[in-house]
Design a protein around this ligand. Structure first.
Ligand SMILES: [Zn+2]
Length: 131
């Protein structure tokens, strides 16, 4: 573990994110201070080196023998309170990612009806939500 983990940016620019905040793995919710590396995805989605290793185990062998992370029930209250904002930002990040994908589809002249159909909503609802 290191105080200043190496943060990769294969898919999103970290330059747009405030460097004073801690970032959290979107999978195990550990803060950047507790992981060796954190990989950034689109829209404030991150994954830590240990979660990548677990994913690699699973992809290669169909299982992972790594110990599971402590449950939320056992986490200290202060830790849970500290998680609220990053989790909310992750949700916002996913919303931003959805907006980006929709904008990319629109730039390709994909219709609102087609986008709405893919989301299981009406053309009008898709337009109102994303335009
Ligand atoms: Zn993780």
């Amino acid at each position: 573990m290191s105080v200043n983990p190496e943060v990769s940016e294969p898919r999103a620019s970290m330059a747009d994110l405030p460097q004073t905040e801690p970032y959290y793995c979107s999978f195990c919710l550990r803060p950047s201070e507790e992981v060796e590396k954190l990989v950034a995805g689109h829209g404030r989605i991150f994954i830590c080196d240990e979660c990548v290793a677990t994913c690699n185990d699973y992809i290669l062998t169909g299982k992972s023998d790594r110990p599971p992370r402590a449950s939320l029930e056992k986490a200290p209250t202060e830790r849970l309170l500290a998680l609220l904002k990053p989790i909310e930002e992750t949700v916002e990040g996913k919303s931003n990612q959805l907006q980006s994908v929709v904008e990319t589809l629109r730039s390709r002249r994909v219709s609102w009806a087609h986008i709405g159909q893919a989301l299981g909503i009406s053309r009008q609802a898709a337009w109102e939500r994303f335009s």
